[in-house]
Design a protein around this ligand. Structure first.
Ligand code: ADP
Ligand code: MG
Length: 711
């Protein structure tokens, strides 16, 4: 057995309880814990004077103890240890609760590095229970301390300790498992796996961390790419019912508008695919509002016209309902029966729909069913499957699609994505699908005027919000964070260290919860609410539907609202800390407004100077409005990370259903290209990876793990 497969219970101090806690993080072996990468780092090496701290987060200070530590007894059995420590700029009161033993640790006249939140009241500084290390001129303290993703019962300190023991154990085996062949590693200037693991957890420097990150990102992409290449090299086309009648005229002529050229082209591609006796596997990609729904409707219409059934699966109940309403208006006049099946559908109603779907005769029973994951329920059986459409596909894993396809033997599959993505990247990520792009908008769409502003505009911005609402509009405010920085929060996220080892120091992030409180205070006439990914689905739905109905005027949120909700009355989109978002993400957000007849605006609030890289990116938003061109810029300027991470909910990092650990932070498009081309070359000569059993194991693992992820 290699160290990687050794159960974590073999680590010193890890017993049954701790193993269970680790289990919740998906960690059961020593290999797993070593790939439980930090989500960020405490920047303790960035030592500043007391007078230099701006109070926004934690800071690191080298201070000399100036008074004898004194312990005071508080209520009950609580004790408080107090002393003063100073640097050349000031004196700081340091306190610890219930750690009386520290009295013998801190020595008057000695110097320590303290790290924590520095409070300043008047001219007095204080720190409560800071982290500390003895310091001296010739001692080399680590600058970067890892902060880990946590679960209840496990804190960063504990995980750090266990990661350390994992390294000790791995070293005793000799970590020499570099499963990336050496020629590939050297050609792509990658460090070894041993070096990478050590430095992702305990970086010696920012440069070492950048090298580690590069190597581990390559590794992840390489394994993903191997899997994609292997599956496309052996995939056998599955049979499907040929819908030979390709006439969509009755549907098209019933629409209140003329189709765009792009829509016509894509419907042509679909009807050609569906007329064959092998299953269509096509993805339609197009900006929000480009008109994907009618394209899906055409596919469903063709199925029904050929005596078959169609299903449309949406990622949320709200979306499913919206589709149901829209499609019913299209289909009912044509005599086609549409049903809605969602989690909230009553049991008897469900049973009725199940029975109607399994009815054998065309012309009787349900032709089209629209729903959520509820469609994956066992009771759903199609008697005459024709086509399955998955909307906003990035929300579904590959295997959920597969599950739906499996239920519907003989069915064609169409997936729709509202994330315009550069073609090269789409080919890499969705290599198993044919692609159709809708790269134009219906005529007459108004453009959402976009502005970049900084804090100096805050008052004018507030006046503008008020004006929009008084004129009958509604406002979205998007913040990058859910809550205020918490104690366990890192100073630097993995994302902040770029491929050259440079560090992006960022301004404090606005949080949705806090900012919504602030706005409630300012706009006491209007109803302000917030919504974010950590809320219960029911609460979220309630807020969203109140916003849809106009009961809420200002909706503060994280990026959860990206997912296709349609509120035509929303006229203003404000994005706080806009520099934190990818261009494509900003474009998606902007697409939430300008959906009705009112003139709409998008305001990007950022402190990034116009000359900075982030400022340059934001400027692009003012001039470009086509999602595909924006995506190309995004890829070139920020790398493929945002696309790999998926662009929906903040908590979901996935691409084609695979969750990446670090690849979502990849800022280097060439690194990704290299990983994909190396993988392709390898599979061309050895399509089952017989010569690389470890790699094969990794591929299997990545793609089976995915099977467990349902979100
Ligand atoms: P999305 O691609 O985001 O799913 P939808 O299909 O919801 O976009 O379409 C957005 C709106 O545009 C809908 O109200 C739809 O009826 C309308 N629409 C679609 N195609 C056209 C067209 N060719 N001309 C005018 N309006 C259209
Ligand atoms: Mg849509």
């Amino acid at each position: 057995m290699s160290y990687a497969d050794t159960p974590i219970t073999k680590l010193y101090g890890v017993g049954k309880v701790r193993a269970e806690q680790y289990g919740r993080l998906g960690i059961s072996t020593v290999g797993d814990i070593l790939s439980h990468y930090p989500r960020g780092y405490e920047d303790r090496g960035n030592v500043i004077l007391l007078s230099e701290a701006d109070g926004s987060g934690k800071s690191s200070h080298i201070l000399t103890v100036g008074t004898e530590p004194k312990s005071v007894r508080l209520k009950g059995r609580m004790t408080l240890l107090k002393f003063k420590a100073y640097d050349e700029s000031g004196v700081c009161d340091i306190t610890f609760f219930n750690q009386e033993f520290l009295k013998n640790v801190f020595v008057m006249g000695e110097t320590y590095r303290f790290y924590g939140k520095l409070e300043k009241v008047g001219s007095r500084y204080s720190m409560s229970s800071p982290a500390y290390e003895a310091w001296s001129e010739d001692k080399d303290l680590p600058s970067l301390i890892p902060v880990y993703p946590l679960t209840e019962g496990l804190n960063t300190k504990q995980i750090t300790k266990d990661v350390n023991s994992a390294f000790t154990l791995a070293n005793s085996y000799g970590i020499s498992d570099d499963f990336i062949p050496e020629d590939i590693r050297i050609k792509n200037k990658l460090c070894t796996r041993t070096y990478a693991l050590k430095n992702i957890h305990f970086p010696d420097s920012f440069t070492a961390l950048a090298a580690a990150k590069k190597r581990l990102i390559f590794e992840e992409l390489f394994i993903f790419a191997l899997g994609m290449a292997m599956s496309s090299s052996k995939s056998v086309p599955s049979p499907a019912y040929p819908c030979s009648d390709r006439d969509v005229y009755p549907l098209v002529s019933s629409l209140p508008f003329e189709l765009t050229e792009a829509q016509k082209k894509v419907i042509g591609e679909i009807s050609r695919d569906m007329s064959r006796d092998v299953a269509m596997n096509r993805m339609v990609i197009g900006d929000v509002g480009c008109g994907k729904t009618v394209v899906a409707a055409a596919a469903m219409y063709l199925a029904v016209k050929n005596g078959r059934q169609a299903a449309l699966m949406a990622p949320t109940e709200i979306l499913a309902r919206q589709h149901y309403e829209d499609l019913r208006t299209i289909f009912e006049p044509l005599g086609i029966k549409v049903e809605l099946l969602v989690g909230a559908t009553t049991k008897s109603e469900k049973n009725r729909i199940y029975a109607s779907l399994s009815s054998e005769k065309a012309g009787e029973g349900t032709d089209i069913v629209i729903g959520t994951h509820a469609l994956l329920n066992e009771g759903v059986k199609f008697s005459r499957p024709g086509v399955v459409v998955a909307d906003e596909q990035h929300r579904f894993g590959v295997n959920q699609r597969a599950l739906l396809a499996e239920k519907n033997m003989l069915s064609h599959t169409l997936v729709m994505s509202a994330t315009p993505i550069p073609r090269t990247l789409a080919l890499a990520l969705y290599g198993d699908l044919e692609l159709s792009l809708i790269d134009m908008m219906p005529t007459g769409r108004q453009r959402v005027d976009t502005f970049c502003v900084d804090e100096g505009y805050r008052e004018r911005l507030n006046a503008f919000i008020d004006k929009n609402i008084r004129e009958g509009g509604q406002v979205y405010v998007v913040c990058p964070a859910v809550e205020e920085q918490k104690d366990e929060e890192a100073d630097l996220s993995v994302e902040d260290i770029d491929s050259d080892g440079e560090v992006r120091r960022v301004s404090p992030l606005r949080s949705a919860v806090k900012f919504s409180e602030e706005l409630s205070g300012i706009f006491s006439n209007w109803r302000v609410a917030f919504v974010h990914g950590k809320m219960k689905p029911q609460e979220k739905n309630q807020v969203m539907s109140d916003f849809c109905e106009g009961k809420i005027q200002i909706l503060v949120s994280t990026t959860v609202i990206e997912v296709g909700v349609n509120v035509p009355n929303a006229t203003l989109m404000i994005v706080e800390n806009a520099e934190r978002f990818g261009l494509s993400q900003l474009h998606q957000l902007r697409g939430r407004v300008g959906r009705g007849s009112r003139k709409s605006y998008c305001i990007l609030v950022s402190e990034a100077t116009p000359e900075s890289k982030a400022g340059e990116r934001l400027k692009i938003m003012k001039t470009l409005y086509n999602g595909f061109s924006i995506a190309e810029h995004d890829l070139a300027m920020r790398g493929p990370g945002d696309f790999l991470r998926g662009q929906g909910d903040d908590s979901v990092r996935q691409s084609g259903g695979v969750r990446f650990k670090l690849a979502g932070f990849c800022d280097d498009a060439e690194l990704m290209d290299a990983a994909f081309s190396e993988a392709k070359a390898m599979v061309e000569t050895d399509n089952q990876l017989e010569e690389h059993p470890e790699l094969r194991g990794m591929v299997e693992r990545l793609f089976t793990l995915e099977r467990g992820t349902v979100n």
